[in-house]
Write a protein that binds this ligand. Structure first.
Ligand code: MRU
Length: 347
């Protein structure tokens, strides 16, 4: 192992930081071995970093896009610049509602200001979104740990920590809170193919947090759940429809089915900024299809022919009926339904 491939666990994970007119983002495609910060100064830079998953996770892409719009307005605050940068950022990825919602919120704030003030107004709005998400992370951690206080062994999927959302993240914030409370024995993290967010990012974060963990291949998860190797599964969400159907990292639906069959709690954690009351059901959620090379290769190494045909949906939809509870900063929806989500909306 060379110096650049040694994992360092003695510093906090900082996924994004604003440094003057530059947004510095830990390039998540290079983790865990290479802790390299990208320097982003335009909306196009930020949109590209979101598309290629250097910046990822539903709440974090919303926050990054908000800053991306503010940076663009700092260079050019005209109407044309505002509209074209908003469209570029909004369309970087389709599934997580946080992205479009944050861009619209920052753009609306900027539109209400004269051009000379737009950059400052946009920056203030982006900072407000980040602060709200950070506060939401703390509240989700508390509500989730109250709900799962008896769980000693927990499985999680993809990455939902500080690399995916401000603060301590969402599902991983719950796990960190359970560890802080002293009740957690072990986390099983799934690899989360094709891009291995579990193996590369969740394991990296669990190491930083000093939480005991083991990595499992995705195809081991159902059998381990059936064997009651874990007491609960908790993971994140990219968009929750008004009826409670959940779009999240591909593989989530299979975990929900396995939990349902085994009678193990299947818990989703996310801020209310991920609940889309304008989307009626999961069938109405646009599921991102990514390129075939991500499937043909594992960690950059081809494992099949260069022309093997592949399907690569990045997310799947889990029906609300399979979700034991949805943990948000406003409280827990249990069971998950149009009525319980409606009640959270007015809380
Ligand atoms: O494609 P990704 O890595 O952005 O997918 C991320 C997920 O599916 C997460 O579970 C989700 O965004 C929750 S973020 C706290």
């Amino acid at each position: 192992m060379t110096a650049t491939t040694r994992l360092r666990h003695n510093h906090p994970v900082v996924a994004l930081r604003l440094d003057g007119a530059t947004l510095r983002a830990l390039d998540q495609t290079r983790l865990p071995f290479d802790e390299h910060e990208l320097a982003l100064s335009t909306a196009a830079d930020v949109a590209e970093a979101i598309k290629c998953l250097s910046i990822r996770g539903a709440p974090l892409i919303g926050v990054a896009a908000g800053y991306g719009l503010a940076l663009e307005l700092h260079k050019d605050s005209s109407d044309a610049s505002l509209e074209s940068a908003s469209t570029l950022l909004r369309e970087a990825r389709p599934t997580a509602v946080n992205l479009a919602r944050a861009v619209d919120r920052v753009a609306d704030a900027a539109r209400s200001a004269p051009p000379a003030d737009r950059a400052a107004v946009a920056l203030a709005e982006a900072r407000a979104i980040e602060a709200e998400e950070e506060a939401a992370s703390d509240a989700i951690a508390r509500h989730g740990a109250d709900l799962l206080g008896d769980a000693r062994r927990i499985m999680t999927h993809c990455n939902t920590g500080a690399l995916a959302a401000p603060g301590r993240g969402t599902a991983l914030a719950v796990i960190a809170e359970l560890a802080d409370r002293g009740s957690l024995e072990e986390v099983l993290a799934t690899e989360s193919r094709p891009l291995l967010q579990g193996a590369r990012l969740t394991v990296y974060e669990l190491g930083h947090l000093n939480i005991p963990h083991q990595l499992v291949v995705d195809s081991a998860a159902a059998g381990l759940i059936a064997a009651h190797a874990v007491d609960a599964v908790i993971l994140g969400c990219d968009r929750v429809a008004a009826n409670g159907d959940v779009a999240n990292k591909v593989g989530t639906y299979g975990l929900a089915l396995a939990c349902g069959a085994a009678g193990i709690p299947f818990v989703v954690a996310g801020p209310t900024s991920t609940v889309d009351y304008d989307t009626q059901t999961g069938a109405d959620i646009a599921i991102e299809e990514r390129g075939p090379d991500e499937v043909r290769a594992v960690a950059g190494h081809l494992v099949t022919g260069v022309d093997t045909r592949c399907r690569n949906p990045a997310f799947d939809v889990t029906p609300a009926a399979l979700v034991t509870a949805l943990v948000t900063e406003r409280g827990v929806a249990k069971p998950v339904s149009e009525a319980s989500l409606g009640a959270l909306r007015t809380k």
